[in-house]
Design a binder for this molecule. Structure first.
Ligand SMILES: [Zn+2]
Length: 211
């Protein structure tokens, strides 16, 4: 056997080994054996990381449109403080609700119709309103003069009501102290809180919600 022949046989042998290794690897991968060993079979006995992750909180989804359950009131519905089937009314502080009930009855007896345009709000709803205000007023600083943050809003704690219509706002601004109800922000004649004793005196209103 001459040298060129040995070299040729050696090359043939190496080539055969390479082909076999490639073929076996391809076969294992094709059968999903290597693939499943590498990635971990889904549905196996080992708990997946996703199962331990905290579930998404619906209230943290900024895209969820607030609804009645968040305290949204349809202004066209003429909702009053007596509509306790609505979360916006039911979740108000009971003392505030009682004061507004009395005021609504007394105003109505004098021909002044009193409606609630906003009462309790969920934090999600409040954030939604703030986001809207930032868009329409151009900055958070301007928006904060009209819409509070969820952690500061008196609506979120159930301690504030927005009253309509305009003549009812005027009536309540004039007579609210009888019930302990006061205008707390000078720029929001519709926003009332229970801040004094019935027959007491209202503290000076702040310029706006950010002050
Ligand atoms: Zn308000």
């Amino acid at each position: 056997m001459d040298t060129p022949t040995r070299r040729r046989r050696a090359l043939v042998l190496v080539g055969t080994v390479v082909v076999v290794v490639v073929a076996v690897t391809w076969a294992l991968t094709g059968a999903g054996l290597l693939g499943s060993a590498a990635s971990g079979a889904p549905g196996g006995g080992v708990p997946s990381a996703a199962g331990d992750a905290p579930q998404p909180d619906l209230d943290l989804d900024p895209d969820r449109e607030p609804g009645v359950e968040d305290g949204v009131i349809d202004r066209g519905d003429g909702v009053t403080i007596f509509d306790t089937h609505l979360p916006a009314i039911a979740n108000l502080d009971p003392a505030l609700r009682a004061a507004v009930e009395q005021a609504t009855t007394d105003a109505g007896a004098r021909g002044v119709e009193m409606v609630v345009t906003s009462g309790w709000r969920s934090a999600h709803y409040q954030q939604h309103l703030l986001d809207e205000a930032v868009r329409t007023r151009g900055s958070l600083e301007e928006a904060r003069k009209w819409v509070s943050t969820p952690d500061l809003s008196r609506h979120v704690t159930g301690d504030a009501v927005d009253i309509g219509y305009t003549d009812a706002d005027s009536w309540l601004a004039q007579h609210g102290t009888r019930y302990g109800l006061c205008t707390t922000y000078a720029n929001e004649m519709w926003h009332f809180e229970l801040v004094t004793e019935p027959g007491g005196e209202c503290p000076p209103a702040k310029a706006d919600g950010s002050s």
